[in-house]
Design a protein. Sequence first.
Length: 90
Amino acid sequence: MKFIVSWTLPQASYRDALNKFLASGGLPPANIKMLGRWHGMDGTGFAIAETDDPKALYAWYAEWLEFLPIATTPCLEDGDAAAVLQLLKR
């Protein structure tokens, strides 16, 4: 399953988060495939991750929660979303 992982980097934790990111690369565990990650110039960012292990996803972002708030949302690609929406069509 694919997930959108988004965050906002507060100014108060900027330096600590920066140091952790540069030291670790912020890479996920082996059982999570990161399909891409983007950093906005306003301190926001998001990644698309794929895994069948939600506990691993939780463990990955839990190590960042002291630095920044994170939101995780399961997501579908267009074809899968269209198939669901087709069922709702009247």
